[in-house]
Structure formats: structure tokens, C-alpha cells
Design a binder for this molecule. Sequence first.
Ligand code: DC
Length: 223
Amino acid sequence: MKSESDCTLTIAIDGPAASGKSVVGREVARRLGIRFLDTGSMYRAITWAAIQRGVNANCASKLSSLACSSGIRLVTQSDEDRLLLDGTDITDRLRLPEVDSIVSTVSAVSGVRRALVAQQRVIAADGPIVMCGRDIGTVVLPEADAKVFLTASAEVRAERRAAEMQGRHNFGQVLDELRRRDRVDSERDDSPLSPAEDATTICSDDMTVEEVVLEILSKVRQC
Ligand code: DC
């Protein structure tokens, strides 16, 4: 087994929107005393930058230049992950509905992916990490020590997301939006959402966060 202080320990958690990757990944990282990166926040940051600059979500070349020229920095302040885009803290913008509605389109652009995947590999090279996203086990860190594909039925994910939104959106709207994003993320040509061949799939439909965390930790102990 690798110890958590092993400088090469990398854990990849992939899965569809609202499958609980970040909650679970953050907790696994906390218990192991290692870093956590939610790569979705990086795609959201470029999407926010595009909205701010009036770049059309279908203009691949402009989006790619934007991703190459934007400085994304992730910092932890008072136990919270903050994302700085060219020095400005935009964490509170990342989950706005206008970002949600086009982030799948922006993240399907190969030039955007190349720029962000390169940054994610640099971050991973810095030491032990839990990284979550859609393509971590397949593309970003194919040599990760532990790979998990965390999923849940669309209905369960929509229920959890609707509860988080405290009634601001109804269940049907949330379910439709999740299904749309699942389709775009899974059907894109570049790095579509799919489990790595050597990933363990965990369906969290009938599991608590604690149960999922313990299952991942037991997998990590077998590394
Ligand atoms: O996990 P999330 O909902 O914050 O991700 C936002 C979008 O970013 C999602 O539609 C797919 C994309 N994404 C990706 O393509 N690759 C990743 N590694 C992480 C996210």
C-alpha cells in the first residue's frame, strides 16, 4: 500500500454532474491529508470569462485562446477553495445558471481541454492529490493509483441538486438540465465522460456520503 505521504499518490474520481464527486473527493482528501482539485471549476472559470468578454460558446478558436491566456489559480482560504481568474476571486460566479447552461459546450472544445489538462497535470505533479472531473482517470492522470467512477441515477442526482437549490428550481427542470448535460458530456468527441477500464464504479443511489468515502478509502489502502 502507498502511504498518503507518498509523493506520487493520485486518486481520480470521475462521474456525471451532481454525482457527489466534489463532496466525496474533498472528504477523501481531507482524511488522507492531501490536496483536492475539482477540475470542473476550471471549465466553469473559462466559461465565466467567455461570458464576461462576450465570446460566443460556439467559437472554438476564441475559447481556446481565452483558455490559453487566462491565469487560473486555486487557493484555500479559511478551509474554503477559492478560484482566482487573472487575480480576481470569481468563486461565487462559477455556479451561476448562465455558467451552468453553457459550460458543457465550452468544455467540449479541444483547445480549451488541452490548455486545462496541461495545467491539471502540472498541479498533480506537485504532490499527492484527489482530482475529480470527467476525464481524470482516462486522460489527465491515466496512471492514477486509484480510479473511481462515481455515479447515481439521473433521478437521484436531480433530487439531491433540487434540494441544494432549496426550491428555486423544480425537480422536473433540474432533471431535464442534468440529462442534457449528461448527453453533451458523454457524446462529445474529445474525452467524453466514460469510466476508465481500470476504474471501480460506485453507484451512490442507496449510499450515504460516508459510505462512499469509506469505500474509496478502502480502495486506496489496497494500492
Ligand atoms: O463537475 P461540474 O458540473 O462542475 O463540471 C462542469 C462542466 O465541466 C461539465 O459540464 C463537464 C466539464 N468538465 C469536463 O469536461 N472535464 C472535467 N475534467 C471536469 C469538468
